[in-house]
Design a binder for this molecule. Structure first.
Ligand code: SAJ
Length: 421
């Protein structure tokens, strides 16, 4: 089988590698000429366990080639980005549309076309189907389906194989034909459905998490307001066999949870009320962190000038800072007049500092990412270097009982004490 994959990013490239490993001939298409050149020379631009070896071996066996333009194939898979449009919270389909238009001249009868990019509900029916319908009868001449990816960065090569997959066809035959393509390497269950159900299912998976995190964040605020340790509440409530309160934090980042709920909201704003409120609640957390920091400094160091930010990645132990709430927190603290120094051991940026440098003369250090380096932080570095040794852990990754007495410590479990002054 020959597969043409449009977009060689975090999903497209691992998918290409897996098809190639399973004896398919894969053409990986991308608009970035430098990336295409590099890929053809075995140079991989994404950090993902197993991907380099897989692409290099596919190149050697001539099962993989990168290109700027598509070619004829049996199946076409679209894995291009779908950013969200900030003005109306909807899904920007322009890359998907242009990928579909660019494969149009190469399509033959019998081809399968699969959209993997996360898209708003109804997009396949209302926007993508019409692109192909002018020339072909969908479900008879060609087969169109939406099959969302659901993998976790860091485990993509393994999860693409073992996770269950939803295949939503425009017709039943479309879903069947698309699932045949995935059976090449997918070991998980393949569930056949309609395109619109697959679209909403993918968006709801991330919305489920976003709403639950919003509930935890609201609980953190309630605890602060009424004087209860919110972290103890979570631990205790979760002893109930059917309760799973999530963890509060500095806000929700990443390219999925912070975006996909808006795709649903934009489609049904009159009814998607909890979804929107959850987004607003999570978006309010950077402001809450800034406000709480102000209260802490008001109590211990009114003359504070410098603040150390420990972590800007939205996800622990990764370099991914897309949509990270850390940047809103930094902006808020800067506009309150503080000088900010940033330490993130996973991100290389010119102005980022080592832990020692970032906390030097600072009046508070705020943990915003759950990196292992901060879980095991050497408190003496803070005590020895800071102007006023205060640690504010918004991710609840440090243990209160291990904190030396000379370090003032706050997390969402004890911030309510600040209201009793
Ligand atoms: N977060 C909290 N509290 C929690 C859990 C997470 O504040 O209890 C925050 C994190 O700090 C982070 C954000 O939420 O800022 C998102 O983190 P995440 O690691 O849960 O999610 P993503 O965006 O990295 O990955 C999600 C996953 N979806 C689900 O778990 C339903 C993943 O499986 C999907 O593949 C991915 O979105 C995607 O591509 O849609």
């Amino acid at each position: 089988m020959k597969i043409c994959i449009m977009g060689q990013g975090y999903i497209g490239l691992p998918t290409a590698a897996l098809f190639a490993k399973n004896e398919c001939d894969v053409l990986g298409v991308d608009v970035n000429p430098e990336m295409v050149d590099n890929l053809n020379n075995g140079k991989v631009h994404i950090e993902e366990p197993g991907i380099v070896e897989a692409i290099q071996s596919a190149l050697e066996k001539k099962h993989y080639k990168a290109s700027l333009t598509p070619e004829e194939a049996d199946a076409f898979i679209i894995t291009v980005p779908t950013p969200y449009i900030k003005e109306n919270w909807s899904c920007d389909l322009s890359y998907v549309i242009s990928a579909c238009e660019s494969i149009l001249p190469f399509i033959k009868k019998g081809n399968v076309i699969i959209i993997e990019s996360t898209i708003a509900p109804m997009s396949t029916d209302e926007v993508i189907k019409p692109i192909f319908e002018e020339k072909y009868v969908i479900g008879e001449d060609i087969f169109l389906a939406h099959c969302p990816e659901r993998v976790l960065p860091g485990q993509i090569m393994e999860e693409l194989v073992n996770n269950n997959r939803i295949v939503g066809g425009i017709t039943e035959k479309c879903a069947e034909k698309a699932s045949d393509v995935y059976r090449t390497f997918v070991k998980g269950e393949i569930i056949l459905t309609e395109a619109k159900t697959a679209e909403l299912s993918k968006c709801m998976e991330n919305t489920f998490r976003d709403v639950n995190i919003a509930l935890a964040n609201e609980l953190a605020k309630i605890g602060a307001e009424i004087g209860v340790n919110a972290l103890d509440v979570i631990e205790m409530a979760n002893k109930h066999p059917r309760v799973n309160l999530h963890s509060p934090g500095p806000g929700v980042g990443g390219h999925c949870l912070a975006i996909d709920p808006y795709f649903i909201y934009a489609k049904a704003p009159e009814v998607a009320k909890i979804i929107k409120l959850a987004r607003d609640t999570n978006n309010s957390m950077p402001g809450f962190v800034v406000e709480t920091t102000g209260k802490i400094l008001d109590k211990y160091d009114k003359e504070a000038e410098k603040i150390a930010i420990l972590g800007v990645a939205y996800k622990g132990n990764t370099d991914d800072d897309r949509e990270s709430p850390a940047y809103n927190i930094i902006a808020g603290l800067e506009s309150a007049g503080y000088k900010i120094e940033i330490c993130d051991p996973h991100i290389e940026k010119e102005n980022f500092k080592t832990l020692e440098e970032s906390v030097k003369d600072a009046s508070i250090a705020i943990i915003l990412s759950d990196h292992n380096q901060f879980k095991d932080i050497d408190y003496n570095i803070l005590i020895d270097n800071m102007k006023t040794p205060i640690l504010f852990d918004t991710k609840n990754i440090t243990k209160k009982e291990n904190i030396p007495e000379s370090l003032i410590f706050y997390n969402y479990g004890n911030i309510y004490e600040l209201n009793n002054l």
